[in-house]
Design a protein around this ligand. Structure first.
Ligand SMILES: Cc1cc2nc3c(=O)[nH]c(=O)nc-3n(C[C@H](O)[C@H](O)[C@H](O)COP(=O)(O)OP(=O)(O)OC[C@H]3O[C@@H](n4cnc5c(N)ncnc54)[C@H](O)[C@@H]3O)c2cc1C
Length: 405
């Protein structure tokens, strides 16, 4: 599950091969897991240095990591989570065959043991309500759950009305269902009806996970990806597994329109691409080749081309700085937003990234909130001027353009 970017950077590469950091960590995690299930895990040291109430919105890896670190300092943490289960994308996105649920549960139980309260089925709608309830700092870690639109004909007509981003078990019966909605429903144990012939659009891990999940529901699955295999952002080993399980991948092909009959999807028209010059992502741009249109029959189409944060819960007068990608604009070093006492991190700042990066954001947010509450200056020499109030000289972090398609 971890992309282990550290191994690519390992200096041992210059001699032969990288240290097997991912496998070593896996060994430690398995060892620790066994201790936890046998009740032999060592007690975590805590401190009572700061005892303020802190609200964390979102129980994904960013929110849970910040909760863990801050609880160890003595803070009273409440994590608010809109879904019925905690874990964020670890639970709602990543399929169980890749991340067994007992592992998530054990880790969350350990966090709860530190006194962290997790309120599930609770969608936050106003930050001011939390402030009135006495929360001295707020960490927004809401992830990126809103599927991006393809912008092709038929998309709106066949999309279930609440597919972007709210729940629907079966694409409203019309056949066009966003991948996050699809995976979330399967992972939450809902009865999900999809067709026999499924097309997944995209080349990232969400696309591969959607395809392999659909295979497990008994469908024949085609993936349509607009560039070549070399540019596909999904892990190479995941792509191989998907192919082994019977997923057919159409490389260098883009969707053109969704075709339907009697209000239901029946096929998707695609066009073949060739690779042109590199675009802003550094990958070669797909260029459609005229006259190469072809059709793939389908009764369900699952777009998995990237996501952005769902900020529809924020009231109109929220005053938070938001980027054109609907992500929160924060100071890169401290994760402070433009409003004092409000921090944001994880996918809701960077756009869809990785568990590892979300965990790193959680640690960073906890450190900043600690400094904010204990009124200590930032010891990091790169940001000597961090203020307790609004940081004036913020280095804005503009999220990268979503790039799964
Ligand atoms: C299908 C899929 C597969 C992936 N596979 C991998 C992988 O193999 N390896 C890897 O490293 N990364 C993977 N990722 C990416 C990884 O899961 C995310 O980068 C990571 O989970 C982001 O963490 P986060 O804490 O920022 O947000 P999330 O994990 O998305 O958590 C945010 C939480 O906030 C909640 N929330 C949102 N709004 C509100 C609100 N208003 N009130 C209350 N709660 C709210 C959401 O319900 C959610 O539970 C995958 C992602 C997907 C979608």
């Amino acid at each position: 599950m971890c992309f282990h970017p550290c191994e690519a950077e390992c200096s041992r590469n210059e001699i032969d091969q990288p240290l097997a950091i991912c496998s070593l960590k896996r060994f430690l995690a398995d060892y620790e897991y066994r201790l936890a299930v046998n009740g032999e895990r060592l007690a975590v040291k805590t401190d009572n240095r700061i005892t303020e109430k802190i609200a964390i919105i979102g129980s994904g890896p960013a929110g849970l990591t910040a909760a863990y670190d801050l609880a160890r300092l003595g803070c009273k943490i409440t994590v608010f989570e809109e879904l019925p289960v905690a874990g964020g994308m670890l639970y709602a996105g990543i399929p169980e065959y890749r991340l067994p649920r007992n592992i998530i549960k054990t880790e969350i139980d350990a966090i709860k043991k530190l006194g962290v309260k997790i309120k599930t089925n609770t969608r936050i709608r106003k930050l001011s309500t939390l402030q009135k309830q006495g929360y001295k700092a707020i960490f927004i870690a809401i992830g990126a759950h809103k599927g991006l639109k393809l912008g092709i004909s038929g998309e709106d007509k066949f999309a279930c009305p609440d597919s972007f981003p709210q729940d629907s078990a079966n694409g409203g019966g019309k056949g066009f269902l966003d991948c996050i909605t699809f995976l979330r429903n399967v992972n939450l144990g809902k009865k999900v009806k999809i067709g026999k012939k499924v097309i997944v659009i995209g080349g990232g891990n969400a696309a591969i996970d959607s395809a392999r999940t659909a295979i497990r529901l008994g469908s024949q699955v085609h993936i349509v990806y607009r560039r070549s295999r070399n540019e596909m952002p999904a892990n190479k080993w995941e792509i191989k597994e998907a192919e082994k399980e019977g997923v057919k991948i159409h490389y260098l092909a883009s969707p053109v329109k969704i075709l339907g009959e009697k209000g239901k999807v029946v096929a998707m028209e695609c066009i073949k691409n060739k690779l042109g010059l590199p675009d802003s992502s550094g990958r070669r741009r797909p260029v459609p080749v005229e006259g190469t249109e072809f059709k793939i029959l389908a009764d369900t189409i699952i777009p998995a081309i990237s996501q952005q944060p769902d900020i529809s819960w924020l009231p109109a007068d929220h005053k938070l700085e938001i980027s054109k990608w609907n992500s929160f604009v924060v100071d890169e070093e401290t994760l402070a937003t433009n409003l004092p006492g409000i921090f944001a991190g994880g996918d809701c700042v960077t756009g869809p990234k990785t568990v590892l990066e979300a965990i790193a954001a959680g640690h960073k947010a906890a450190k900043s909130i600690d400094r904010y509450l204990s009124r200590t200056p930032n010891p990091n020499p790169r940001t000597p001027n961090m203020k307790l109030q609004l940081p004036q000289k913020r280095k804005k972090k503009e999220p990268l353009c979503p790039s799964s398609l």
